[in-house]
Design a protein around this ligand. Sequence first.
Ligand SMILES: Nc1ncnc2c1ncn2[C@@H]1O[C@H](COP(=O)(O)OP(=O)(O)OP(=O)(O)O)[C@@H](O)[C@H]1O
Length: 276
Amino acid sequence: MIANPEPSTLPGMTTVIIFTMLKLSGLSIRLGGRLVVDDVNLTVEPGQTVGLIGGSGSGKTLTALGVLGLLPGAAHAEGHIGLGGIELCGAPERRLRQVRGCRIGFVGQDALAALNPLATIGRHLCIPLRRHRGLNRREAARAAGDLLERVGLAADTVRAYPAQLSGGQRQRAAIALAVAGRPGLLIADEPTSALDPPNQAGILDLLRALPPAADGRPTALLLISHDLAVVARLCDRIAVMHDGCLVEQGDTAELIAAPSHPYTRALVASARALAA
Ligand SMILES: Nc1ncnc2c1ncn2[C@@H]1O[C@H](COP(=O)(O)OP(=O)(O)OP(=O)(O)O)[C@@H](O)[C@H]1O
């Protein structure tokens, strides 16, 4: 099932098909009859970092859960969710399972909730390393240590249980888990909001230098946040959600220099006041 191919001809070369990493077209989500995400159009190109920003309840998390096919039971999504040319909206669970962890990684706010308290970090990591990268047990154990070092943890963290790590270390382990399958896209939903400022800065630095995707290209990032300063620090583009609608999007510097929607103007003004 192919969605949204974008043919492109390079001078003197044959026609190639370039797919956007993620393309949401007319995505709407209803929850118990209430429209909570309203006709969202958003693209993330390979390797791009896009910030999805908005106030509490504006629909950011449900948009992300819609992409992952993890909406609450009462919710229903309509429209198109194209991932590298594959349509995910309404896709069968079997296909979504192939995509999660392998094509799309996810990290949330609460690493403790994401990790099994009774399993070591190494055991967590071995699942995607074996399932999505086809490594055997020994290779996966070695790759887990390498991956932990890549996210700023000691390789012997493989033997630690989640409760034995600090909040910042746990979030690093959760990011390692999210990218273990070398996805092309990582969705990070408020990944720093439960951390103190030094750990927040460390996680943002890590998100800026993620391990590459399976095809060797930089991993694209969809960063969900209510904090304009966080998003501005990391993202090439910003999309602003308000009351379920995507009200404005654009290049980060341009959007901050000249916000057009009243909600974005208020966001920029309050970020400036905080920074002053
Ligand atoms: N499981 C649920 N059951 C009922 N309503 C929900 C559920 N999840 C979200 N909602 C509602 O859907 C709307 C959008 O919620 P969503 O979590 O996507 O907002 P958000 O922008 O991510 O907010 P926050 O920044 O506070 O996480 C809100 O009105 C919220 O109350």
